[in-house]
Design a binder for this molecule. Structure first.
Ligand SMILES: [Zn+2]
Ligand SMILES: [Zn+2]
Length: 346
């Protein structure tokens, strides 16, 4: 093979550089997808609560009042296969509190509970069944989509109903409960069964765009508040949206513009092409530790600083999410940020 003299290869290299599009590199470096969150504000809410219309212990009005009086901006009353009409509670709605119509579509397959919440429903949606477990979950997700609602899949570890392989087969779902405040749902997994965070990382690592929500699944608003009871105030989300309106909240939810929490509040989450910055709301003398987590649940970076900042650098990962834990054990889960698609190299 004939060897080109050095000056000629140098000329080829220079031509190659000159032909590259402005800003592009020979081996493009990974960058984050940057959401457009300009002018948006944070709204706190819970998307899963029961009333006397199904198996809760209090009338819809009292349940809604509990959330309103505790600083929540929105609430979904999600009774089992019943439409608890928020239109009858319009007197509770104001510029700081919104009621979003919903339902918990409740069925089962082979004695495994299949519970799918429908948010922003126009009326009751009958739960559906199928000849397989995957089909049963899928049909309920689709039933919610058919009426332009937003589905979320509830407490998969409740009675160990279904695991990560089943969830990986579901389509058109963007939201999964990673924390549910009911005492019998096994958020943490156990024995040979993974917890919800591990399941979430499994799905994300397979390229599924799914966001993790925290909910109360509250039933008990009366008598003693205790760990063994299903009380409110345990799991919530804060959504970054243009306004406190159902459509705006649903759009942000399905775009992952929110964090889930069991008590840690965030001032803001700021995303640039190469950084993910989390500003934590201080609370008394509580201390915080933030882990930035990537593909297969790998911890990419840990810090006790506030703001907690992750720089993408040379990390090769499909997504980056963050988990902020305080010194009392409360957690905030920041939604995954994905890598932007690079233009194909020519
Ligand atoms: Zn349920
Ligand atoms: Zn429920």
């Amino acid at each position: 093979m004939k060897r080109f003299p050095l000056p000629f290869t140098l000329v080829l290299a220079l031509v190659g550089l000159a032909c590259a599009a402005p800003g592009s590199a020979q081996s493009p470096r990974a960058v984050f997808e940057v959401p457009d969150a300009q002018g948006m504000r944070w709204f706190k809410g819970n998307t899963h609560a029961h009333t006397l219309m199904s198996d809760g212990d209090s009338p819809p009005e009292e349940v809604a009042r509990w959330y309103k009086n505790h600083g929540y901006n929105f609430l979904v009353l999600s009774d089992h296969n019943v439409f608890t009409d928020p239109g009858k509670l319009a007197h509770l709605v104001d510029s700081a509190f919104l009621l979003i119509p919903g339902e918990e579509l409740t069925t089962s397959f082979d004695r495994r509970p299949v519970h799918v919440n429908g948010l922003n429903l126009p009326h009751v949606v009958e739960p559906r069944t199928d000849s397989t477990l995957v089909g049963t979950i899928q049909k309920n997700v689709d039933a919610v989509r058919e009426v332009d609602g937003v589905p979320h899949i509830n407490h998969p570890n409740f009675r160990w109903a279904f695991g990560k392989e089943i969830l990986a087969k579901i389509e058109r779902d963007k939201l999964l409960e990673i924390f549910n405040g009911h005492p019998l749902v096994h958020n943490e997994g156990g024995g040979d069964s993974p917890g919800m965070e591990e399941i979430w990382d499994y799905l994300l690592s397979r390229g599924k765009r799914i966001y993790g929500i925290a909910v109360d699944d509250a039933h008990h608003f009366k008598e003693e508040f205790a760990a063994a009871r299903s009380n409110p105030g345990r799991g919530w989300i804060a959504v970054k949206a243009a306004s406190l309106e159902t459509k705006a909240l649903m759009r942000s939810l399905e775009a992952g513009l929110f964090y889930a929490s069991t008590g840690v509040g965030l001032e803001d989450v700021a995303i640039t092409a190469t950084t993910l910055e989390i500003r934590i709301l201080p609370r008394g003398d509580f201390k915080f530790r933030t882990a930035f987590i990537g593909t297969n649940g790998k911890v990419l970076h840990e810090t006790s600083a506030n703001p907690a900042v992750f720089r993408l650098g040379s990390n090769r990962t499909g997504y980056v999410r963050a988990k902020v834990k305080d010194s009392g054990g409360a957690v905030a889960w920041v939604q995954p940020v994905f890598m932007a698609r690079q233009p194909a190299a020519k």
